[in-house]
Design a protein around this ligand. Structure first.
Ligand SMILES: Cc1cc2nc3c(=O)[nH]c(=O)nc-3n(C[C@H](O)[C@H](O)[C@H](O)COP(=O)(O)OP(=O)(O)OC[C@H]3O[C@@H](n4cnc5c(N)ncnc54)[C@H](O)[C@@H]3O)c2cc1C
Length: 292
């Protein structure tokens, strides 16, 4: 690419050493599906690019160890979709992956790139927020681990230090009587830029009707950052799932959304969709829990 110095590391250690020296002026590039268009449009700037796309051997994997799932940063959306490792309780990951871009984009778009993009329409951020995911950051100084909710700081802003690469996403196993689901609305059926996306992980008591915990994450909440709908979650906890509970939860969600109107849709329209999705996701998760 003209105008940039691109460094192609031989392995992860080499990449981290380079970032240790030049991190302040370097942008990491994975498959470039987000960064390259933004550089071309001058919405992002960089002096040097560190191209980590060749580090598949070290950063592209999905494995289960000690009861947790570990997803390497270069794992693609197609890898998620096709992984036999993620059981039925992780259906929301497959649902988000199926609604992601188109087949060409899914084949290259990486999980790490999606999270680090930290925009308000990324699909995987609400999914991983609902799953209480943690992220691992690697640098020459070592590794640190933090909850994804603390990593996403604002629109296009993540808590990544200049010498660090996002290397892994970690998910815990879900408790018994849990299920998950994902919904996304856009203005077309493929290559959808989300107007609303909403992810849910629901866990019930043994009766499979009383909510023990509900995790609800949306791409915009009280601003433009993907977050968990905490007031809605708190309301649902301990409630029997019936029409009255769902209707009250919808009202609480609508009051904590505070969605703004933009050129794609009005805040009112997005709020109505988010409420409809809340009902749909609760019903779908309850159905899935009963079917397990
Ligand atoms: C046609 C099209 C359709 C799309 N459809 C969707 C969609 O449906 N849903 C959706 O969510 N997104 C969509 N996207 C956006 C994009 O494809 C995704 O966000 C993708 O996951 C980004 O991955 P990448 O490897 O290409 O990231 P890159 O573009 O390489 O990087 C994105 C950002 O993350 C940083 N970064 C990347 N990897 C790391 C790392 N390991 N450590 C530290 N920083 C890192 C980069 O510096 C950059 O800021 C679409 C893009 C296009 C062009």
């Amino acid at each position: 690419m003209p105008g940039y110095d691109i460094y192609v590391p031989t392995d992860l250690h080499d990449a981290l050493s380079y970032l240790g020296d030049y991190g302040e002026t370097t942008s990491v590039i994975a498959r470039g599906t987000d960064l390259l268009p933004r550089l071309r449009r001058r919405q992002a700037s960089a002096v040097n690019l560190l191209d980590i796309s060749g580090l598949d051997k070290e950063l592209r994997y999905l494995r289960k160890e000690d009861g947790s799932y570990h997803i390497g940063a270069l794992t693609t959306v197609t890898d998620l979709l096709e992984s036999p490792l993620l059981g039925m309780e992780f259906e929301l990951i497959r649902e988000a992956a199926r609604k992601f871009g188109d087949p060409q984009i899914r084949n290259v778009a990486t999980v790490g790139g999606n999270i680090c993009s930290a925009s308000s329409s990324e699909d995987l951020i609400p999914v991983f927020l609902a799953l209480d995911a943690r992220v691992k950051l690697s640098s020459v100084k070592g590794e640190r681990n933090l909850p994804l909710k603390d990593f996403i700081m604002g629109k296009r802003t993540v808590f990544r230090k200049s010498g660090e690469v996002l290397s892994e996403i970690e998910l815990g196993s879900l408790p018994p009587d849990s299920a998950s689901a994902y919904e996304k609305m856009g203005r077309r059926n493929i290559l959808i830029i989300a107007l609303v996306n909403e992810a849910m992980v629901l866990t019930t008591e043994g009766d499979r009707e009383t909510v023990r915990e509900a995790h609800v994450a949306l791409n915009r909440l009280a601003g433009r950052v993907p977050q968990r709908a905490k007031a809605t979650e708190e309301f649902l906890s301990g409630k029997k799932l019936n029409a009255e509970t769902v209707a009250s939860a919808q009202e609480i969600l609508s009051s904590e959304l505070m969605l703004k109107t933009d050129f794609r849709a009005s805040g009112e329209y997005r709020t109505e969709i988010a409420k409809v999705y809340l009902k749909r996701l609760l019903e779908l998760c309850a159905f899935r829990i009963k079917g397990t």
